[in-house]
Design a protein around this ligand. Sequence first.
Ligand SMILES: *Cc1c(COP(=O)(O)O)cnc(C)c1O
Length: 328
Amino acid sequence: MVKADAYGLGAGEVAPVLAKAGCGTFFVAHLGEGVALRKIIGPDPAIFVLNGGPLDDAALALFQGHRLEPVLSSLPEVAFWARARQSGAALPACAVHFDTGMNRLGLQAGDGAATAAVAPHLVMSHFIVSETPADPHNNAQIARFAEIRAAFPHARASLANSSGIFLGAAALHDLVRPGFALYGGNPCPGSPNPMRAVVQLDVPLLMLRDVAQGETIGYGGHFTAPRAMRVATLPLGYADGFARLAAAAPDTGAFAMLEGKACPFLGRVSMDLSVIDVSAIPETALRPGMMAQVLGPAISIDECAARSGRIGYEVLTSLGRRFERIYR
Ligand SMILES: *Cc1c(COP(=O)(O)O)cnc(C)c1O
């Protein structure tokens, strides 16, 4: 799954690495993402476009010209593709997506017969709460999907996203569609992350200053120093994708790691700047230019997310465009 620019990490860098590692099937959300991805990964891998529609002749030309495979998710989309087939157009393969509980995109179970006219190569559905294995929705969706997929003996089947892969064999089928886990997110919340951290964000200290008890920090004066503090200003703001309210809750907010110490963010995050508490670090060990870790081995994207009112997916897909990005 490399939609949304590979979850914000750069499809141009990520997709070729996945292809080299043996991935032969890619998914994107938008047709435009598919066109861009085809140029990146060359002619061979399959590329599915999740948000198939709206299908019209201009879209059809792009699907054909770049050999992109639409994921047909409604009867009008199926009818459009069927008409194109009947007119004798040379079409790429297609997938059909059945809704088994999301009520977002997808055909209804009873629509199966109508899809025969497009001879799908892949039949798929999507979990709503696979990150909670005990939730009864999972088995209900697995059962519904098994019924639907039985009507497509010649198509490959795909149900599992990252967390779905960890639900066991009944969720796996022929093809899985991991995104978040590929990029280091924990697909098993509440348990140790089976994936490695792959993203690290380090930010330099711009300036150090002493703040007296009773002074406030940042816009709105929402944080008042309960004691004399030493603080550091970082060039990291909400324009870089860092949550404006990352420090809204004093003890449960986000922190940066510096010299092995957790340094909480203080006050409102500004557009370009934020402030952390470095009082726990000896003055002699502090100097402008040293790097604080905001994401990485010491602070997972899931922990940063939980501490800033987000989910890890948002942390990744929000990562700003002003960072220097280094790929190893
Ligand atoms: C985004 C998406 C995925 C990937 O989900 P992750 O939880 O990131 O693994 C899989 N399938 C569909 C239909 C999606 O939209």
